[in-house]
Design a binder for this molecule. Structure first.
Ligand code: C2E
Ligand code: MG
Ligand code: MG
Ligand code: MG
Length: 293
């Protein structure tokens, strides 16, 4: 009986392992055609002013509607796309999509608010990023300041010469630069000073620990906030889910909030409804809500 049980466990384990590698295989195979099949969609997660909930902008986050697997999260397919370099193709689609979306908003009478996009370090290392951004902004006649490019702290730390050159190029276009997942890559303070980004996004790990009454994490957050103020950088706290976290961030004068307490990433039409109101009231996300979207 015990032996039988053990055998079953082994079967379950190897079955799920096969599922994982099968899924990986299918996703990788289908990724090439996904753009043409219009399976990618951008969701928007509002970034709001801490004290008022007024919408200041949003981060564009990619979603993949896969015929077999349904909604696939970027956490699952972006790493695959980075491995096989299809991320360049996908990333360029995101840039084009956001620029044409900004034009559409302008044409439809919305007062423009900046959109942040995530650009993979793989794309940063390849030539042509600055030219593409320039071309797309010009094509849609959008002032560069409405586009913000997020790069993770850890990819900045690699100090790749192409990455730094591309960042300089983007900055001279007038595009904003944000350091994403700040605090997870161990950048030195001196690095921050030299680098001169516009925005720091504090990683959600630090924010989530505010409730745990974690003295070390709250000390890190308040010193990042003070440092950023001195450097005249904007700070966005990511992953805010609790009123207690919001209160702490208000007291420490964090500029903006991006988190489920205000809104999850939402499809275009929902974001447009939010823009019409112009601000969002904090509401605690439901405990058993589906984690994705
Ligand atoms: P990220 O750039 O750090 O984006 C923030 C992630 O945190 C998003 O996950 C968002 O849904 C999630 N988030 C925001 N607020 C909360 C909260 O209050 N609680 C919790 N638990 N999560 C929150 P998402 O959309 O699944 O994206 C995951 C990552 O995938 C992104 O992390 C980014 O690194 C990558 N990604 C997404 N879209 C793109 C894209 O277009 N291009 C590239 N290269 N990477 C992307
Ligand atoms: Mg991001
Ligand atoms: Mg982040
Ligand atoms: Mg992240």
């Amino acid at each position: 009986q015990a032996k039988q049980h053990g055998k079953n466990n082994f079967q379950i384990f190897s079955y799920s392992k096969d599922i994982t590698s099968y899924k990986k295989y299918v996703l990788e195979k289908d990724m090439r055609k996904a753009i043409d099949k219009q399976e990618f969609e951008l969701y928007y997660q509002p970034q709001v002013e801490t004290n008022t909930g007024v919408i200041r902008g949003a981060e564009a986050l990619i979603r993949w509607h896969h015929a077999e697997w349904g909604l696939v999260s970027p956490g699952e397919f972006i790493p695959l796309a980075e491995e096989n370099h299809l991320i360049n193709h996908i990333g360029d689609w995101v840039i084009q999509k956001v620029c044409s979306q900004l034009r559409e908003w302008k044409d439809n009478g919305y007062s423009l608010r900046p959109i942040s996009i995530n650009v993979s370090p793989i794309r940063f290392m390849k030539k042509g990023l600055v030219d593409l951004v320039k071309t797309e902004l010009e094509k849609h006649n959008i002032p560069a300041k409405y586009l913000e490019i997020e790069i993770t702290e850890s990819s900045l730390l690699k100090n790749e010469k192409n990455v730094l050159a591309a960042l300089e190029g983007l900055k001279s276009l007038g595009v904003k630069i944000a350091i994403d997942d700040f605090g997870t890559g161990y950048a030195s303070l001196n690095y921050l000073r030299e680098f001169d980004a516009d925005t720091i996004k504090i990683d959600q790990i630090f924010i989530q620990n505010i409730t745990a009454d974690n003295k070390k994490d709250t000390a890190i957050i308040s010193s990042v906030l003070h440092l950023a103020k001195g450097l005249e950088m904007k700070v966005i706290a990511e992953g805010v889910e609790e009123y207690e976290q919001l209160e702490f961030l208000k007291q420490n004068e964090c500029d903006e909030i991006q988190g489920y307490l205000f809104s999850k990433p939402v499809p275009l039409d929902t974001y447009e409804q939010m823009l019409q109101t112009g601000y969002i009231k904090p509401t605690k996300p439901k405990v058993n809500a589906i984690p994705e979207d």
